[in-house]
Design a protein around this ligand. Structure first.
Ligand code: GNR
Ligand code: NI
Length: 167
């Protein structure tokens, strides 16, 4: 049975750890991915990185569908920014920074490489929200957060509010 995991909240230092590559595609990986999907659905998120549940491996789950019936798993994801990209602004939210949305600028054209739950390799040029979300999630795996793109003043305000609310 899938289990709900605890999501770390900024400024928890564990959100700054860099995740390690997945090398074993076994039942325990599948079980963690299912627990992360369950956790993401309960939290009404569109994506979740393993870092956010204090598991420091390169695993991401996502569901961008309105119906919440299109679970996707990305393992060891990497991307290249395409030469013809433009910069694109999008208002992002983060389950580890609850209650704060920030407009973040990212490249809009990438080539994405990842492995599935069986370890099979995939490559694609995603469109739209997937492009934004996968960059947000890969940032988590690298210990990076949305608030790293905004001013230190705003970031410190968010930090103190969340510390008061969650600790
Ligand atoms: O649920 C989420 N929504 C979202 C909206 C815009 C850009 C990125 C995201 S990801 C976020 C869930 C989350 O924190 N993933 O790490
Ligand atoms: Ni996030």
């Amino acid at each position: 049975m899938a289990k709900k995991l605890k999501i770390l909240i900024f400024p928890d230092p564990r959100l700054r750890k860099v995740a390690k590559k997945v090398t074993k595609f076994d039942k325990s990986l599948e079980s963690l991915a299912n627990d992360m999907l369950e956790t993401m659905y309960i939290a009404n998120g569109i994506g979740l990185a393993a870092t956010q549940v204090d598991r420091h491996i390169r695993l991401i789950v996502m569901d961008l569908s309105e119906e919440r019936d299109d679970p996707r798993i990305f393992i060891n994801p990497t991307f290249k920014i395409l030469k013809n990209h433009k910069l694109f602004e999008f208002e992002e939210g983060c389950l580890s920074i609850p209650g704060f949305n920030e407009t973040i600028t990212r490249p809009d054209k990438i080539e994405l490489t990842w492995q599935d739950i069986k370890g099979n390799q995939h490559i694609d040029k995603p469109e739209g929200l997937l492009t934004v979300c996968i960059q947000h999630e890969i940032d988590h795996l690298d210990g990076k957060l949305m608030v790293d793109y905004i001013s230190a003043l705003k970031r410190d305000r968010i930090r103190s509010k969340l510390l008061k609310e969650y600790t």
